[in-house]
Design a protein around this ligand. Structure first.
Ligand code: S3P
Length: 171
């Protein structure tokens, strides 16, 4: 089967734990198009993990890199682009994404997200005394921005990844 002819890059947005990377990668495989991941690009360019970048250079530095990388990936080739959970907060990023891509918000309830991230130590923003409260605060602040995405796909935390891919394709 020939690769799908994408007209725009499909950009996965939403909270940490929503499944942007897992669903994005499976969607790219299904369509036979490139899978792009802004967090992975930042890590390999810096040769550091995201927690290390936050610790050494701070969040502002990470956000600047994130914008650069998203701009470059949108320019280079069309594909499925998974972004970090904070990427859609920047107006500049939202503008780049809406001009050159189609954004898909993977929406999940707070408790679904919490159950996915609670046992991991890969999210520097959750290294706080009360990470559940931190996640809730981020969620409440970010939902109004994610609502600006072009499409919304619900993730209940139990649906298989391939079924999530079907839901994205239906939209
Ligand atoms: C962040 C989410 C992370 C990563 C960084 C900041 C955020 O990506 O970009 O830790 O601000 O929500 P995931 O959404 O893939 O966890």
């Amino acid at each position: 089967r020939p690769a799908y002819d994408l007209h725009k890059t499909v950009v996965m947005v939403g909270m940490m734990g929503a499944g942007k990377t897992a669903v994005g990668r499976a969607l790219a495989a299904r369509l036979g198009v490139p899978f792009l991941d802004s967090d992975a690009e930042i890590e390999s360019a810096a040769n550091m993990t995201i927690p290390e970048i936050f610790e050494r250079d701070g969040e502002a530095f990470f956000r600047a890199k994130e914008s650069q990388v998203i701009g470059r990936l949108l320019d280079e080739q069309k594909g499925i682009l998974s972004t970090g959970g904070g990427a859609f907060l920047s107006e500049t990023n939202r503008r780049m994404i809406s001009e050159r891509g189609v954004s898909v918000w993977l929406r999940a309830d707070l408790e679904v997200l919490w159950n996915r991230v609670r046992h991991k130590d890969t999210r520097p923003l959750l290294r706080t005394p009360d990470p559940h409260a931190t996640l809730r605060a981020l969620y409440q602040a970010r939902v109004p921005l994610y609502q600006q995405a072009d499409l919304v796909v619900d993730s209940d935390g139990e649906t298989a990844i391939e079924d999530m891919v079907d839901r994205v394709l239906e939209k």
